[in-house]
Design a protein around this ligand. Structure first.
Ligand SMILES: *Cc1c(COP(=O)(O)O)cnc(C)c1O
Length: 356
């Protein structure tokens, strides 16, 4: 606390991202990064953009990237917004679209950044419990609300919601914005991008951080009705005119031009996920059905925090959350086949020795 701070600062509860330790030989399965590097075409495009033109500001609206995204999703550029990672897109959406008299609704178990944005902007919110099997039940969102946001597939459960369910929420609330945070959608869930044309209250948010191996480049985007996009542009242009630099704009567009690489790496992650799920189940874990690039797993006989600590002692980092409903789960990002095998081997060694 400092006497120089604006009043709001001491009241904030900032989001704490998974750690990025710089230990040699570490197996890092804690922040859902892609184990494979970005497409070589992306690296070539970034290298090509690293030239004397960097003295110039980038295109403030990122029109070329918007065109690429619009073409990819069969939409117009007026239906596309780009930002510095989807966290920034979400931050702008919370301010531009989610603050209303009635509360914002999101699941009790969900992306823990949502309540942080609510606090920052003074947004009233109410959490809606997942059902006993940890699924989002669309009918539980039928009450009065100012807006709705949820990840699909949900984080940190990895469980996806079928498009029917998304559509039911959109239809139940024609006067409220429904934001679908699709950070992990490419790993097996159904995208609501195909509904954008039909529902003016839908905003779909995606990122290049996970399925496109570009967490370090910071690029996210939103798809929605031009009125929703305009709201995001108005807030963005009151905050930072150039959130995406020239290298990010070039690399992001190139990623959508290498469809083969995208398909190949996401299929590899999905295959590793299915194999890891089976192996964890073989070790006695209960693994939630994941459509993401991570699994959420618990073991009846072993405390999750202790397992996480034991893995860490073997240089394997996974994510453990302390919220009561999920404190016995570990969130394990899908690594390469080799990394997954090392995890299973470490668990084999740890399990018999752990408590009870
Ligand atoms: C990773 C993640 C994001 C943010 O990704 P960016 O790297 O900021 O694009 C957004 N929502 C969820 C649910 C995530 O897991």
């Amino acid at each position: 606390m400092s006497r120089f701070w604006s009043n709001i600062v001491s009241e904030l509860t900032p989001y704490v991202p998974g750690e990025q330790p710089k230990l040699p030989g570490l197996i890092k399965l804690n922040t859902n990064e892609n184990p494979y590097g970005p497409s070589p075409q992306v690296l070539a495009a970034i290298s090509a953009a690293a030239n004397e033109q960097l003295r110039l500001y980038p295109d403030p609206s990122g029109s070329a990237l918007k065109q690429t995204l619009a073409d990819y999703h069969g939409l117009s550029t007026a239906q596309v917004f780009v930002g510095n990672g989807s966290d920034e897109v979400l931050a702008l959406a919370f301010m531009a679209l989610l603050k209303h008299e009635a509360p914002l609704l999101f699941p009790d178990i969900s992306y823990s950044f949502y309540p942080v944005y609510c606090k920052l902007y003074g947004i009233d919110y109410r959490t809606v419990p997942l059902d006993e099997t940890m699924h989002i039940r669309p009918q539980d969102y039928s009450g009065a609300c100012g807006a709705i946001i949820f990840p699909n597939p949900n984080a940190p459960t990895g469980i996806g919601l079928l498009l029917d369910g998304v559509e039911a929420m959109l239809r139940a609330h024609p006067d409220a914005v429904v934001v679908v945070d699709e950070a992990y959608v490419d790993f097996g869930a159904e995208s609501a991008a195909s509904l954008v044309e039909r529902y003016p209250n839908l905003l779909v948010v995606q990122t290049l951080s996970k399925s496109r191996s570009l967490a370090g480049l910071r690029v996210g985007f939103a798809l929605g009705h031009p009125d929703l996009i305009e709201a995001l542009e108005r807030v963005k242009n009151s905050f930072n005119s150039y959130p995406l630099d020239r290298l990010a704009l070039a690399g992001a567009a190139a990623s959508f031009e290498d469809e083969a690489y995208f398909q190949q790496t996401r299929a590899a992650v999905i295959a590793s996920r299915e194999q890891l799920t089976q192996e964890l189940e073989g070790l006695g874990f209960e693994v939630l059905p994941s459509q993401a690039n991570f699994v959420f797993a618990r073991h009846d006989a072993h405390d999750a925090a202790q397992l996480a600590a034991a893995l860490r002692a073997r240089s394997i980092i996974v994510r453990h959350f302390t919220a009561p409903r999920i404190s016995q789960y570990l969130r394990i990002s899908i690594g390469t086949g080799q990394e997954c095998a090392a995890l299973v081997q470490a668990l084999r060694a740890i399990l018999p020795q752990a408590d009870n």
